[in-house]
Design a protein around this ligand. Structure first.
Ligand code: NAP
Length: 340
């Protein structure tokens, strides 16, 4: 059976997901879309053979939709996810689940009240081959306990709308989720150090780069460099230093060029290229989950934990102080699938 998917928000990410659902994911097709921009929505709907429904709530409530994808503006996510839960609809929500942890908790509470998981959050790094392999090796235990993690998240450049808070909330949020999943434990302390000298390639509203420090419950220490105007490409690194060795991502090898006494390796240009396989896999898992009525991908609880952590990082950056990360007790609904 081919699932009928409705996509709300057809900007860059929405269109990318439409393309993967229609062309690379099995057993699903985008049959309806919604966007605040009606003219663009009608045009794009006609292009991909999907109905344009101007009111997102009508798309969510439609009997002809089996699953909803939310790729609209961040502040709309909570409202649409809650609407999907109310209508007993499976929903894939791009990160962030909500703009704050109270909003994430509203979603967790609504799902707990329903008594079943309907929500999957777009933390695609868990589906990246490199991260998956690191997790498998750590889980085997031969490397011993992880002690330290060194991570970098670099973009070639960002536009003028990208500001200082976004380095935590839109960028480091991916490390926050992936590292919590890798280590299978929560973070308890956050700190952010702003280098005295920032890049001349930034603008007045963006402090770039930023250096973030996290500590887990068991005392693993993590540093994350976020540098979003690094100029040379999209560069994601993660090294885990353990008692008996070190394990880390290698740069994905697309191709190398030897010329003029130099040996070049290509660096991905952006996240779409770097994580294309991971995005495809996260959607395939979501579709399988709907078919089996059992969602196992990143949960609303993971969305909440990412939010409490990024909130603490933002506070730490703004105050210049180490910040304790406080969170609620995990409801039973999420215990079984925790860190799958
Ligand atoms: P975008 O290009 O600005 O697209 C958002 C779309 O939603 C736009 O078409 C926007 O219309 C529309 N929209 C705004 N308010 C709406 C509403 N109330 N109802 C319906 N549609 C509405 O942004 P994007 O880069 O695609 O990002 C979309 C989401 O994906 C964001 O939440 C972002 O954080 C997430 N994202 C995730 C990743 C990842 O790696 N997982 C990467 C990139 C983005 P207007 O343009 O007219 O405002």
């Amino acid at each position: 059976m081919e699932l009928r998917i409705g996509v709300i928000g057809i900007g860059a990410m929405g269109r990318d997901h439409v393309d993967r659902i229609n062309n690379r994911v099995n057993d699903a097709r985008v049959t309806a879309i919604s966007d605040i921009n009606q003219e663009e929505g009608l045009k794009y709907g006609a292009e991909i053979g999907a109905e344009f429904i101007s009111n997102a709530e009508d798309l969510i409530a439609s009997d002809e939709i089996d699953g909803v994808v939310i790729t609209s503006w961040d502040p709309t996510h909570e409202e649409y996810v809650l609407e999907a839960i109310k209508n007993n609809k499976y929903v894939f929500c791009e990160k962030p689940l909500s703009v704050d942890s109270a909003g994430c908790m509203n979603i967790v509470n609504a799902e707990v009240e329903k008594g079943e998981r309907l929500v999957q959050v777009g933390f695609m790094r868990r589906f990246d081959r490199g991260y998956e392999d690191i997790k498998k090796e750590l889980d085997k235990g031969q490397l011993g306990e992880p002690l330290l993690l060194h991570c970098t998240h670099r973009n070639a450049e960002v536009d003028s709308k990208y500001d200082t808070p976004m380095a935590v909330e839109n960028t480091a949020v991916h490390e926050v989720d992936a590292l919590r999943w890798l280590l299978q434990e929560d973070f308890v302390q956050a700190e952010v150090i702003l280098p005295k000298k920032q890049t001349t390639n930034t603008h007045a509203n963006l402090h770039d780069p930023q250096f973030m420090l996290l500590q887990t419950e068991s005392g693993v220490c993590i540093d994350i460099e976020v540098f979003v105007n690094c100029k040379f490409g999209y560069d994601i690194n993660c090294k885990v230093v353990c008692e008996n060795g070190e394990i880390g991502l290698t740069n994905p090898t697309y191709y190398s060029i030897k010329t003029e006494n130099k040996d070049y390796k290509r660096v991905p240009s952006d996240w779409k290229e770097r994580f294309i396989e991971a995005y495809d896999k996260e959607f395939q898992l979501w579709v399988e989950g709907i078919k089996q009525q059992r969602i196992t991908g990143p949960s609303a609880w993971d969305g909440y934990m990412a939010s409490v952590t990024t909130t603490a990082l933002s506070l730490a950056r703004d105050t210049g102080e180490k910040t304790t990360i406080n969170f609620e007790e995990m409801p039973n609904l999420y215990k079984q699938e925790q860190f799958v």
